[in-house]
Design a protein around this ligand. Structure first.
Ligand code: NAI
Ligand code: 13P
Length: 342
């Protein structure tokens, strides 16, 4: 695979970013800064009017101005048909429905997404969900890796992975984003890239809980490392490449969201560790917290493939079965002693 600066690279043309929450807005800012034509679609007319008049997204990225190249619309069909590439930036539980809505307009336009999660109820990857709907031959790509939206919006240094099923398409998507202080590495391991982005959500909740309970720095390091072992074990079972999991999409995002308080998954954990309920904590965060759904789907995959994932299991039980974090701690430490393997 070449680099985004290859002279043979096909330009992205115009990109429709679908979803004007924090990540869609930050990606639109990066695309425009990179001289990529871009239209940002939001569901609500009021939000579009507000973004047009203030040139900011005050709810999700207050005070950060969109570069002049970004257009705004609430017309989904027009956003897609006037573009060459479509980039979805919505919560994973909205992925199937939005894809079905845009399918009539999609034709042969390039498709990518920047969501981190799994299909609710099935544990399938979003690229599998897309293939179910659109067929196996369509080039697909995911943008993932350690990237807090607000830092990207401010133009702070960031490196991500763009992984996909077709090298040329990956180059187009990565090339549209890569520039300034934003590096977009390329990969053909979409399974590993999607797995890393999903599992880190669950582990960020785990380290948040530990820190919320005041368990200390040793506990956090143990959770990150043994959590990484869980990711690697599951990855091995489903054909993800280890290189991907120890790269930006896996370890990179795990470190970011297990330690950075901008992570909503970590913040959910912090609140739970201090005794708040899941519902209270999610409501207070006010944005998507993917770990809630992802924990069910990761646990489903672990059961399906018979993989030992004790930390992910405890997070699942705390989020969905009302388990007390103290009980989880006791249970994790009561496990039999074993060789350190991953
Ligand atoms: N915010 C961040 O730092 C990053 C987020 N991501 C991923 O990006 C995805 C989107 O997250 P955020 O933008 O952060 O969430 P957010 O909570 O900031 O915004 C979500 C947006 O999606 C819209 N939305 C929700 N349901 C929808 C539906 N059914 N149809 C259409 N639009 C819908 C909401 O109106 C909102 O504009 C998630 O999978 C997240 O894991 C990935 C990297 C960084
Ligand atoms: O994925 C992210 C950064 O890479 C954002 O993390 P949260 O969804 O936990 O906020």
């Amino acid at each position: 695979m070449g680099t985004p600066s290859d002279s043979t690279m096909r330009p992205a043309g115009r990109v429709a970013v679908l979803g004007a929450g924090s990540w869609g807005s930050a990606l639109a800012m990066q695309l425009a800064r990179n001289a990529t034509d871009c239209v940002l679609w939001a569901r609500s007319r009021e939000q579009v009017d507000a973004m047009r008049s203030s040139a900011t997204n005050e709810r999700f990225l207050p005070g950060i101005r969109f570069p002049s190249g970004v257009e705004f619309t609430d017309d989904l069909g027009a956003a897609v048909t006037a573009s060459d590439q479509v980039l979805l930036a919505i919560p994973s539980d909205a992925f199937d429905a939005l894809l079905a809505q845009i399918r009539p307009f999609l034709e042969n336009r390039g498709l990518s997404w920047a969501c981190k999660g799994l299909q609710p109820g099935t544990g399938r990857f979003l690229h599998q969900a897309a293939q179910d709907l659109l067929g196996e031959s369509r080039p697909l790509a995911v943008v993932t890796g350690p990237s807090f939206a607000v830092e990207v919006a401010r133009g702070q240094p960031t490196a991500v992975t763009v992984a996909g099923t077709d090298p040329e398409h990956v180059q187009v998507v990565a090339g549209a984003l890569h520039g300034g202080y934003f590096r977009a590495y390329m990969s053909d391991d979409i399974v590993g890239a999607e797995l890393g982005g999903a599992v880190k959500n669950v582990l960020a909740v785990a380290t948040g809980i530990s820190d919320g309970m005041g368990l200390g720095d040793n506990a956090r390091a143990a959770l990150v490392t043994r959590g990484m072992a869980e990711m690697m074990r599951l990855g091995r079972a489903i054909g993800a490449r280890e290189q991907t999991l120890i790269g930006l999409a896996g370890m990179g995002d795990l470190v970011l969201t297990c330690t950075g308080d901008l992570s909503r998954n970590r913040r959910l954990g912090l609140a739970l560790g201090k005794g708040q309920s899941v519902a209270e904590a999610v409501a207070a965060i006010g944005q998507v917290v993917e770990g809630v759904n992802t924990s069910s789907e990761v646990w489903r995959m672990a059961c399906q493939y018979g993989i030992d994932m004790p930390i992910s299991e405890q997070v699942h039980d705390i989020l969905h079965s009302g388990r007390n974090p103290e009980e989880s701690l006791r249970e994790l430490f009561a496990r039999e002693q074993k060789q350190e393997t991953i």
